[in-house]
Design a protein around this ligand. Structure first.
Ligand code: F6R
Length: 245
């Protein structure tokens, strides 16, 4: 089931989604949150930090699991998702460091790392709320369009479109890692609730696929969200351009 909320622009998307998430945290202060990176959630995280600083939000019992992390990019690199999360959220709120979970793309044995992460999510009781963005090519997490999609945490080769889109975070496109660890489609669909946010005309096609596709299509990974019973989609008018309301 998709619940759609269309707002004016990026700022309104960031505020409405932050309020939505804050309501959920206030209802259950020990939620397990699945978190995303990228340009889309930066404003949402900034709003959560403001709420925390005003005293209206408490992260002390919240647990977090990130969706993905580049392979072989040192954690201290400013474009790693480890650094992104510390800069945009973790260092500014009262999350307990023991409750923060990220994949480690620098271990020698990625198979053990995948299994560790899958097991850890299970051990913590599963993800209550998963925050998602969407790629221009319809990827969720780094589940890139392909003839089949993986269920659990796995290593993925980033699509050309993703490497181009993420080049803005690196000195040059050649520095963008080619591989990433990511939760699989099953890991995402096992979350009890999902919130997807998107803004801008470049996301309109992926949003159209999400709402209008008549099939579940691994070449449009976002369509798999149609199988989930509780997805809230908060997008701006530009991202909603191709769905008739
Ligand atoms: C990030 C992630 C990706 C992004 C997507 C959109 O953790 O899993 O699926 O959500 O690539 O990225 P932005 O927000 O930069 O457009």
């Amino acid at each position: 089931m998709l619940n759609l909320i269309v707002v004016k622009d990026y700022d309104e998307m960031s505020l409405v989604s932050a309020n939505w998430l804050a309501d959920e945290i206030n209802k259950d202060p020990s939620l397990v949150l699945g978190l995303a990176t990228g340009g889309t959630p930066e404003g949402l995280y900034a709003n959560l930090i403001k709420m925390y600083k005003k005293g209206s939000l408490d992260f002390s019992s919240i647990k977090t699991f990130n969706l993905d992390e580049y392979v072989s990019l040192p954690r201290e690199n400013e474009s790693s998702y480890y650094t992104y999360m510390h800069n945009h959220l973790f260092d500014h709120v009262n999350l307990n460091p023991n409750n923060i979970h990220l994949m480690d793309g620098n271990v020698t044995n990625l198979t053990i790392e995948r299994q560790r992460y899958d097991q850890l999510i299970l051990d913590k009781g599963g993800i209550d709320i998963q925050l998602l963005g969407v790629g221009v090519n319809g990827h969720i997490g780094f589940n890139e369009p392909d003839s089949t999609l993986k269920i659990d945490v796995h290593v993925t080769r980033l699509a050309k479109e993703t490497i181009s889109a993420n080049a803005r975070y690196f000195n040059s496109i050649t520095e963008v890692p080619k591989f990433s660890l990511t939760m699989g489609i099953g890991s995402i669909l096992r979350a009890k609730k999902i919130i997807l946010i998107a803004d801008g005309e470049h996301k309109a096609k992926a949003i159209k696929d999400l709402f209008r596709s008549e099939v579940i299509d691994p070449l449009k990974p976002v369509t798999f969200l149609r199988l989930h019973p509780d997805v809230t989609v908060i997008i701006d008018e530009k991202a909603a351009k191709e769905i008739e309301l």
